[in-house]
Design a protein. Structure first.
Length: 327
């Protein structure tokens, strides 16, 4: 009994959510206000339930036919949706719809609150609204870092939370989460020498994430698939990398070490994919050091993720540059 032009949404996880639009679906139009999106969906859900209840009151239906109507999957879906809508805000509804739609498109390349729970067993609170610039059109467009591929296949849409289990999220908090996982046999952050632990005493490691935010971050550095003569960042000093960044990748910004660390570790725990950054590359992040160098994250091997406090300004052969999409 759907309205003309409206397709029944599918469910995702424990909360119902609309799938990708195949007709007029104003609740998925992020150019509208969250209130307008919410109201449009409430109207559709209300109409579905009303039509079902009117049909169930027909005198020519047998008791078994009425029971079958109430048990119909579509009808049960809309009843559950209307009940859920009455208990959630417009903002929470829009978060639910947007996350479900993008999760469907990205698959394993979507790391939200559910993946945090699965990977580290922590509660990261309610996710913020999805940035308006993160659209299906963007994710289906060509990747400027890896020509011939799409952004949805080369990037991860990841939640970087403000808190985990109600406590401020910092690089040191992430290290603590990793330490608690070690009993399971996971080797997460390498700490096999003084150099590998030096980052923990630096100021940037104590700075909390200011707000929960979504980031669209590449799964690998831009030089991965390039022949030696075409590599932009590897083997170059910081200044040369900055010049090439502005010239070739204006849609991207520098990355905080916490963002690269989060991507590497959460993706490894949840997806078990080839580790990023891989064991032969470290990526320069934005945090500077007193000697003029930058924090580098990478060299992710079976011994864990390397966090190098300072590689100086030199153009080390295995040091690239970390990027994240501007949203």
């Amino acid at each position: 009994m759907p309205e003309p032009g409206v397709t029944r949404p599918t469910t995702t996880g424990s909360m119902g959510a609309a799938a990708s639009p195949s007709a007029v679906r104003p609740w998925e139009d992020r150019t509208l206000s969250i209130e307008a999106r919410y109201d449009s969906y409430v109207a559709v859900a209300t109409e579905h339930v009303k039509a079902m209840r009117v049909a169930a009151q027909r005198e020519d239906l047998t008791t078994s036919e009425k029971a079958a109507m109430m048990a119909d999957a579509d009808n049960r879906f809309w009843i559950a949706e209307l009940r859920l809508l009455r208990s959630e805000t417009a903002e929470r509804f829009c978060n639910r719809i947007d996350s479900a739609s993008l999760r469907e498109l990205l698959g394993r390349n979507f790391l939200g609150p559910e993946e945090w729970k699965r990977g580290f067993g922590v509660d990261v609170g309610q996710a913020p609204p999805m940035p308006a610039s993160v659209t299906q059109e963007l994710l289906n467009s060509g990747c400027p870092l890896h020509p011939g591929q799409k952004i949805k296949d080369t990037h991860v849409l990841m939640l970087v939370p403000k808190t985990v289990n109600g406590e401020a999220y910092t690089p040191l908090k992430l290290d603590e989460l990793c330490t608690k996982r070690k009993g399971s046999g996971d080797k997460l952050i390498y700490d096999g020498g003084d150099w590998a632990r030096a980052w923990k005493s630096q100021h940037w490691a104590t700075i909390p994430q200011a707000a929960s935010e979504w980031v669209l971050i590449p799964k690998s550095d831009p030089d991965r698939d390039k022949v030696p003569g075409d590599k932009h960042f590897l083997g170059k000093d910081i200044r040369a990398q900055q010049v090439l960044h502005g010239k070739h990748y204006p849609e991207y910004r520098e990355v905080k070490a916490l963002e690269v660390m989060t991507l590497a570790l959460l993706n490894d725990l949840v997806n078990g994919e080839p580790r990023v950054p891989n064991d032969s590359v470290a990526l320069r992040c934005k945090e500077p050091n007193a000697s003029g160098g930058r924090v580098c994250v990478g060299f992710f091997s079976a011994d864990g993720l390397g966090v190098v406090a300072d590689l100086g300004d030199r153009g080390a052969g295995g040091v690239g540059r970390a990027l994240v999409r501007k949203l």
